[in-house]
Design a protein around this ligand. Structure first.
Ligand code: FRU
Length: 481
């Protein structure tokens, strides 16, 4: 994670969210809990803050909170099928040997390759027979862009019923994103089975799913299966969608589909740890201007680890892993605070830029209610987490987050409807430029903000249009991970 002093010197750099030692990071890859150690690999361009040639960076942790950087795990080999990039993928336990599957990029091709490790995931030896799948399946017209790129990538592998299975993300021209399924007995020879699901890019409801699906992952959760896809179209990455449904006869049938997080979150990956928990990391994209990114020493962060479950309504639930509580310091609590409409109540003594907050609010008659974060004493900078009960929407208002206006300030709304009598519960993780929110365990919204002032640290609460009550607000300062 870089040396602690480097990290603390840059007031924009998160301290308890994972960032690469320097330069560009994107998707989490190859997540695995191996012999008591968590391993996080990630898309990494070690020499450029704006991205470029992709490698697999590597870090490990005993507790999902404190991470140790390791040398780059997998690098492109000039003259080989991965000379233009080691794209996203996974790791599996191949009968006692860690094995990584990734997309090797060469020119227009993105083909499935593999590598294995005989020293507990520190060094990786590529299969001399790469690529293990040397062409996309015949008979499908895959989305191909002007530069010739055939969009077919991001293998995800698991074991089930004496077979190994693999999905690959792609898009079918004129139709929509798709997840293709393969089967193998030995992890070396793969047979194409068929698509488990094909999207329809002409449909807007319940969620528009673009033309190509990146980083698909299918996994069992509760009494259903969940499919995560990251929506790509016309050279743009949009958001991740989750689908919960049934996986039967090698086809996935969604029952619920929703955007996982409409903010900066993208390309998550999950894994089951040795305690049987389904844990997710996602990539938090920067949302600042290109010039600011070009002059920064780092780019991109991971979410905190979120534990996933399925609610009785068969929708996703998110819980911060309890391990994060070791970072908590300086607990403060505010109870039963009545909020009158139209003015903000600042909470002196609760301020900070690396915080966890757990807040319960009864919106009452308020039209808008929420939290104020990273506010300067003169109010020239502030960020608001806003809940609008009538509109059934949660958003992060960034219009005044920064005096520097080159960053993204767009409002991304997450649908949030409270049941009658249900309290609004916000779990919030503030880490310098990251605001990560889960509302009522079921709605996730993450954004990046770039305050310019060192004194933009204030925390407050507000209501508009009617009275509301803060039932309880717990706040901790979070130390460096
Ligand atoms: C998603 C993605 C993947 C690809 C990787 C390249 O962000 O585009 O589809 O494998 O990033 O870095």
């Amino acid at each position: 994670m870089g040396t602690p002093s480097e990290r603390i010197d840059d007031p924009l750099r998160p301290v308890y969210h994972f960032t690469a030692p320097s330069n560009w990071l994107n998707d989490p890859n190859g997540l695995i809990h191996w012999k008591g150690t968590y391993h996080l690999f990630y898309q990494y361009t070690p020499d450029n803050p704006l991205g470029g040639l992709k490698h697999w960076g590597h870090a490990s942790s005993k507790d999902l909170v404190h991470w140790r950087d390791h040398p780059i795990a997998i690098s492109p080999t000039p003259g080989s099928c991965d000379e233009d990039g080691i794209y996203s993928g996974c790791t599996v336990d191949a009968d006692g040997t860690p094995m990584a599957f990734y997309s090797g990029v060469r020119g227009p091709n993105q083909l499935v390759c593999r590598a294995s490790s005989d020293d507990d995931l520190m060094t990786w030896i590529k299969d001399p027979n790469n690529p293990v799948i040397d062409a996309p399946p015949d008979g499908l017209e895959l989305v191909t862009t002007d530069d010739g790129t055939i969009h077919y990538r991001d293998p995800s592998v698991w074991r089930e019923d004496d077979s190994w299975w693999m999905t690959v993300g792609t898009g079918i021209t004129g139709t929509g994103g798709a997840v293709l399924l393969y089967r193998s007995r030995d992890l070396a020879n793969w047979d194409y089975v068929g698509p488990i699901l094909i999207g329809d890019s002409s449909q807007r409801h319940p969620v528009w799913t673009g033309t190509v699906w990146e980083c698909p992952q299918l996994f069992p959760l509760g009494d259903r299966h969940v499919l995560l896809i990251s929506v790509w179209a016309d050279e743009r990455t949009y958001y991740t969608a989750w689908m919960a449904g049934t996986y039967r006869d090698l086809r996935f049938t969604p029952e619920h589909t929703a955007i996982l997080d409409p903010g900066c979150f993208y390309a998550p990956q999950t894994f089951e740890d040795e305690q049987g928990r389904r844990i997710m990391f996602g990539w938090l994209r920067e949302q600042r201007g290109r010039a600011a990114m070009a002059s920064a020493t780092w780019n991109g962060a991971m979410t905190i680890p979120w534990e996933l479950s399925l609610g009785d309504d068969r929708r996703l639930r998110y819980r911060p892993v309890p391990e994060l509580q070791v970072l908590r310091r300086d607990h403060r609590r505010v109870e039963h605070l009545e909020l009158g409409p139209g003015h903000a109540t600042m909470l002196p003594g609760l301020d900070g830029d690396t915080l966890e907050l757990d807040v319960r609010i009864t919106p009452g008659a308020a039209r808008v209610v929420g939290l104020i974060l990273r506010r300067s004493p003169d109010g020239s900078e502030e960020t608001r987490i806003v809940f609008e009960p009538d509109n059934e929407a949660l958003a992060i208002d960034r219009t005044r987050s920064s005096l520097d206006t080159t960053g993204d300030r767009e409002r991304h709304e997450a649908p949030l409807a409270l049941a009658d009598g249900e309290t609004l519960q916000l779990r919030v993780f503030v880490d310098r430029t990251i605001i990560e929110v889960v509302a009522n365990g079921r709605v996730m919204l993450t954004e990046r903000i770039y305050p310019t002032r060192a004194d933009s640290l204030g925390v407050g609460v507000f209501a508009e249009g009617g009275n509301a009550i803060v039932e309880r607000l717990d706040r901790w300062r979070m130390t460096a991970g």
